[in-house]
Design a protein around this ligand. Structure first.
Ligand code: T1G
Length: 717
């Protein structure tokens, strides 16, 4: 048991206890007990005056072992587990000798709760201290909701538990969460303070700190204020429970508050929301390790970049690189476009500074790293080029041919194409092994997803480097195969098909958008298209029509193309699916759309219904996503269902607390999904053919997430 911790008793009478459970010192079963055993050993050791608790490596402790939560099946089991955790922390508090937490790197969740049970906290400048449990659909379950309000002001406690964002060292010191920042010699500083506490024979026991009435009243006001803001937010169960637990801290003695916390934690850990969010936590990390890419594949060192195309996407991509400290050349044939791009970028940084997201110094540095150019002359210096030009295959081919000549052989040539054939671009470049798809999502400097498209010839090094640079510029990456629309847009076409057809059948733009926002989407499909531009989709349909193809199987609604013909491209033309007042982004319903939809339905011989139930709208679009997602897996354009979940949650804002479209399908039951596909096939037509994978899994009672659910070989076109 005790190889999970270490202990060294120094000559100055300080025992250094080290948590040693790589990679992040998760407080898994055995680790917690090992720590308490060491503390008891040190407390009983006459040589020991005081104790320092630290983490091995660059992390103090990343909290409880998240993997272990799936094994908790009952409230009783959850409460029993929390009670043992509470006893452990009380054992540390009551050790009889002062314990100083020496925090390097992350002290998160149970890791921070452990530190708060220590009698003093010393941190290194890179420390990050937080209660991120809410991002996992949980609340702090080891006394964090009771100890934190005893150390920091109410607004800090509420924000930390409801938003889950960590504090850095300076903010933690300012809030009173930590006692000292050790610019160097963390362990020495902690040992010195520990000895001083021992000498003073007085140290604070956090749980014994009384919350004075004024702070308690302030706390209750902060909770009410936050509760009101949470009302409208779907998927906020854990945040509400966190507020309930904090409320107990401001109204009950410690032990009663702790008991309340255990009850509330049990609500969360067994909830569908938490299961979904825990799934997504691990799916994001797994997505960074695509099957078929050997672990430890060498990566190229990206010290400089270039972006071709100064449009909306090019601007966002250039900001991603510059904001991560990488010098970037922004190229466009039009000097006017480049000037406008720089203005937009400056404005974006100004608004980020105004919102307090970055400092003025960070904005100035990023801006200084962006250089505009109308030529490829300096491209032989860069390590990666991301092409973000107009979505036209011939134009992109020309660009890749020129890039193949203008850049060094080892330079990575990436395309931000959202639908086109990456292999065709690779061929045009003359260096196919260096070509890869880097599909960003709009706005590229905000949306976290990077869909990495592996071409037939893309080398392992280019793929591994794409994942590394994606992570460095703050993206969550998922690797997909090179097929039309890759994974994200391919499945989106089926989501939109159902939205259009529901419109023709009698639902309104407003109803469909409202229902899907209530389901948890950040915006409905029609408002989303008005933001992205109806013309973008229309041009892709026109390109496909030339190839005799459509974006999705089944009937093609003419309504979006009618809007395109009318020049209604969305917000940029103040009219699309909605109307917009000049300078406003507030969507105004437009009865004209219902007229166009009714006419289209009549032409397709569709009988419109007076009312379409909200539940049918959700069922139709989510079933279309899941069925096409299963097809994407069986055709191996995605390697795992979890990759699709990551793509939809970080690319389109699919509600994280539902885990993604495939996890949602598994949650409601694959048999239910298959039954719906068959019902729709009978009602609407053969285009609702069930995916073979779906039928096989239902027949075998299998899971999309079983290791053998999808044949292993990765997708290369
Ligand atoms: N449990 C289990 N595995 C974990 C883990 C954890 N808490 N944290 C990380 N891992 C795994 C991760 O899956 C990956 O594995 C490897 O460690 C490296 O992680 C009682 C209820 C600490 C900031 O929410 O935020 O405490 O993919 O790639 O980018 O109240 O990990 O290599 O196989 O993310 O350097 C609360 C979660 C738990 C923190 C490091 N704690 N972790 O980031 O590495 S609930 C958290 C992180 C709790 C208590 C409650 C980050 C990190 P693999 P990584 P990183």
């Amino acid at each position: 048991m005790n190889e999970l911790t270490g202990m060294e008793v120094r000559g100055d009478g300080v025992a250094i206890i080290t948590i040693d459970n790589p990679p992040v010192n998760a407080l898994a079963a055995g680790v917690r007990e090992a720590i308490l055993e060491r503390v008891r050993d040190a407390a009983a050791d006459e040589r020991v005056l005081a104790i320092v608790l630290a983490g091995q490596g660059s992390t103090f402790a990343a909290g409880a072992d998240i993997k272990a939560f799936d094994a908790i099946g009952t409230r009783e089991a959850s409460i029993d587990r929390s009670t043992r955790m509470h006893r452990l922390l009380a054992g540390i508090e009551d050790s009889g000798k002062p314990i100083v937490a020496a925090i390097r790197g992350a002290a998160l969740g149970g890791g921070l709760e452990l530190a708060m049970a220590c009698h003093c906290r010393v941190v290194s400048p890179d420390a990050k201290l937080g209660q991120p449990e809410v991002t996992l659909g949980l609340i702090p379950g080891a006394g964090g909701t009771q100890r934190l309000p005893r150390l920091v002001p109410p607004d800090v406690a509420v924000t930390m538990c409801v938003e889950g964002k960590p504090l850095d060292a300076r903010a933690a010191l300012a809030a009173g969460l930590v006692d000292r920042i050790a610019d160097d010699g963390l362990l020495d500083t902690a040992s010195r303070i520990a000895r001083e506490l021992a000498a003073s024979d007085s140290w604070r026991v956090t749980r014994a700190i009384e919350i004075d009435p004024a702070r308690a009243a302030e706390g209750l006001r902060a909770i009410e204020g936050r509760r009101a803001r949470l009302q409208a937010r779907p998927g906020a169960m854990a945040a509400q429970r966190a507020l309930d637990a904090l409320q107990a801290a401001y109204t009950e003695p410690f032990d009663r508050g702790a008991a309340r916390e255990r009850e509330l934690f049990a609500d969360c850990v067994l909830s569908a929301e938490s299961r979904a969010l825990r799934h997504l936590f691990f799916a994001e990390r797994a997505a960074a390790r695509p099957p078929g890419l050997p672990a430890g594949t060498p990566t190229l060192d990206i010290k400089s970049a270039a972006v071709v195309g100064a449009g909306t996407m090019g601007i966002g991509i250039a900001m991603c690189y510059a904001s991560s400290g990488i010098p970037v050349l922004l190229n466009d044939v039009s000097r006017d476009a480049l000037r406008k791009a720089l203005d937009t970028i400056s404005a974006n940084y100004r608004s980020s500074v105004a919102k307090g997201r970055i400092t003025q110094a960070q904005a100035d540095l990023a801006l200084s790293l962006i250089e505009i150019t109308t030529s490829y002359d300096a491209f032989h210096h860069v390590d990666i080029v991301v092409e973000a030009a107009f979505e036209d295959l011939d134009l992109k081919r020309q660009i890749f041919a020129a890039l193949g000549a203008a850049t060094r052989p080892e330079c990575i040539l990436a395309s931000n194409t959202s639908t086109l054939d990456v292999d065709a671009l690779a061929e045009a470049s003359g260096r196919p092994s260096q070509v890869v798809g880097h599909h960003f999502f709009s706005p590229a400097n905000v949306m976290r997803l990077l869909e990495v498209v592996r071409g037939r010839a893309t080398s392992d090094t280019v793929l591994a480097t794409s994942l590394a640079i994606g992570r460095r510029i703050g993206k969550v990456c998922a690797v997909v195969g090179n097929g039309f629309g890759f994974v994200a847009n391919r499945m989106l076409a089926y989501y939109m098909r159902e939205a259009y057809l529901l419109l023709e059948e009698g639902a309104s733009v407003g109803q469909i958008d409202r229902v899907l926002v209530e389901f948890g989407m950040p915006v409905g499909p029609f408002a989303m298209q008005d933001i992205a531009g109806i013309d973008v989709g229309a041009r892709i349909r026109q390109h496909l029509a030339k190839l005799g193809k459509t974006r999705a199987d089944g009937p093609q609604s003419e309504v979006p193309d009618r809007l395109f013909d009318l020049g209604r491209y969305g917000q940029k033309t103040q009219a699309g699916w909605y109307r917009y007042e000049k300078g406003s982004r507030t969507p105004i319903p437009d009865p004209l759309i219902d007229g166009i939809a009714a006419a289209a339905a009549a032409r397709r011989g569709i009988t419109r219904r007076n009312a379409i139930p909200d539940a049918e709208i959700v069922a139709r679009v989510t079933t279309a996503l899941a069925n096409e997602g299963a097809r994407v897996l069986e055709e191996r354009f995605a390697s795992r269902a979890g990759d699709i979940d990551v793509i939809y949650c970080h690319g389109f804002g699919f509600p994280h607390y539902r885990g993604g479209p495939m996890f949602y399908a598994e949650t409601i039951g694959l048999d239910t999904v298959l039954a719906r596909v068959r019902e729709y096939r009978a009602r609407f037509g053969d285009y609702w053919r069930p995916a073979g994978l779906l039928e096989r899994l239902v027949a075998s009672g299998g899971s999309l997430y079983a290791p053998d659910a999808v044949p292993a070989a990765p997708a290369v076109s």
